[in-house]
Design a protein around this ligand. Structure first.
Ligand SMILES: Cc1ncc(COP(=O)(O)O)c(C=O)c1O
Length: 389
């Protein structure tokens, strides 16, 4: 559930007074400027859009992705990282994760690029690393590989608003960066997103495509296919209200992670996902744990999956999810890798077992603004209580 700063209504009312109930207006402009300020980039590089998915779509278009191309996408992600590749008629090439960040493995990325070039005679057109659960990918290494092969990076930072890598906010590290303001994200505009562009010119291009690709004539003139992707002014007003509390939101997520860390420290067989080094500063949008495969959870033998499921969470993970659910605690397996998704069957993939192992061992715990200390204590106690002695 989103947390409201208390100032959203004030911004909405002002927008209503000016009849700015349209997909453009002063709040959209101001939201972009304020977001740019938060990210530490020039105001003329940010375009507010109707979703993070739309931002990825336009970012890939800006990278020059066209029908028939290939795009390297992190496999361990939510489907929205890969779907826009399909919208453009291109093919996602999935690359597995490395163990510490759970994000794109730079060495495997390079192998994939070389192999695609050997097999197709062409290089992939873009690379999409993801900040899964807010954790920054190994961006220095990824950017190095990308540069060596002359391929632009479209950073999917939908889950990483407020995280930073090497002191820079996520979303600003690749050629393009996508953010999401969906209801469950670090800030919300109810639904929305933003594309961080390399410069004012590419922003103009993204804005043009986001507003139906209307040519600059007094009458409607269209020479390209456009989209209706602009953020509404009312949504932007909500976003401005949210931005007044963004640092508090981030601090809260980090506090929840710290409390889980403290309370689960003594529980053998459970590990929390943590920043792997000083360059990484996750917003801990979601708090996640891995269960040792040897860990036995009460009721584990009773778990059975419907026939035909080839990749499923481990039996102890599902048993724990059910035990927590029985106590009114929602948890969820880690995202199922894209190379295991039926919808992407047949897409090339370069795997090393990491994302499959994470998927079979991991669980997302309750986190976010409405999870307070008492709830974290209850969840940690329920986790400990679910284990066979
Ligand atoms: C990794 C990732 N990429 C992209 C998106 C898409 O964002 P949106 O829901 O705003 O379209 C999401 C969230 O939904 C996400 O988690």
């Amino acid at each position: 559930m989103p947390h409201l700063s208390g100032r959203e209504l004030e911004y909405i009312e002002k927008a209503m007074e000016g009849s700015w109930v349209v997909p453009l207006g002063p709040d959209v402009d101001a939201f972009e400027r304020e977001l740019a300020g938060f990210l530490g980039v020039d105001g003329d590089r940010v375009v507010a859009l109707s979703s993070g998915t739309a931002a990825i779509h336009l970012g890939l278009e800006g990278c020059g992705v066209k029908a028939g191309d290939e795009v390297v996408v992190q496999s361990m992600t939510f489907s929205a990282s890969a779907n826009p590749v399909r919208y453009l008629g291109a093919t996602p090439v999935f690359v597995d994760s490395e163990e510490e960040t759970w994000n794109m493995d730079p060495a495997l990325l390079e192998r994939a690029i070389l192999d695609r070039e050997a097999k197709t005679g062409r290089r992939p057109k873009a690379i999409v690393p993801v900040s899964l659960y807010g954790m920054p990918p190994r961006m220095a290494e990824i950017l190095e590989v990308a540069e060596r092969h002359g391929i632009p990076v479209m950073e999917d930072a939908a889950e990483g608003l407020g995280s930073s890598y090497g002191g820079r906010r996520l979303g600003t590290l690749g050629r393009y960066g996508a953010l999401s303001f969906n209801g469950n994200k670090m800030i919300t505009t109810s639904g929305g997103g933003a594309l961080i562009c390399p410069d004012a010119e590419s922003r103009r291009r993204a804005l043009f495509l986001a507003t139906q690709a209307r040519e600059d004539w007094p009458f409607y003139q269209h020479e390209e296919i456009g989209y209706n992707y602009r953020l509404s002014n009312i949504s932007a007003a909500i976003g401005r209200g949210q931005l007044t509390a963004v640092e508090e939101h981030i601090a809260h997520h980090r506090h929840v992670q710290a409390l889980y860390r403290e309370l689960l420290a003594g529980v053998e067989g459970i590990t929390l996902h943590e920043n792997p080094g000083p360059a990484f500063d996750s917003n801990f949008w979601l708090c996640t744990i891995l269960l040792d495969t040897r860990l036995r959870v009460k009721g584990e033998g009773e778990v059975e999956w419907p026939a035909g499921n080839v990749a499923t969470p481990g039996a102890n993970v599902e048993a724990m999810r059910r035990r927590l659910a029985a106590e009114g605690i929602e948890s969820r397996p880690l995202w199922k890798p894209m190379h295991l998704q039926p919808v992407f069957a047949g897409c090339p993939s370069y795997v090393n077992g990491v994302s499959e192992s994470l998927f079979s061992r991991g669980l997302c715990l309750p986190a976010g603004p409405w999870v307070g200390d008492a709830e974290v204590e209850r969840v940690a106690a329920a986790i400990a209580g679910s284990l066979e002695k």
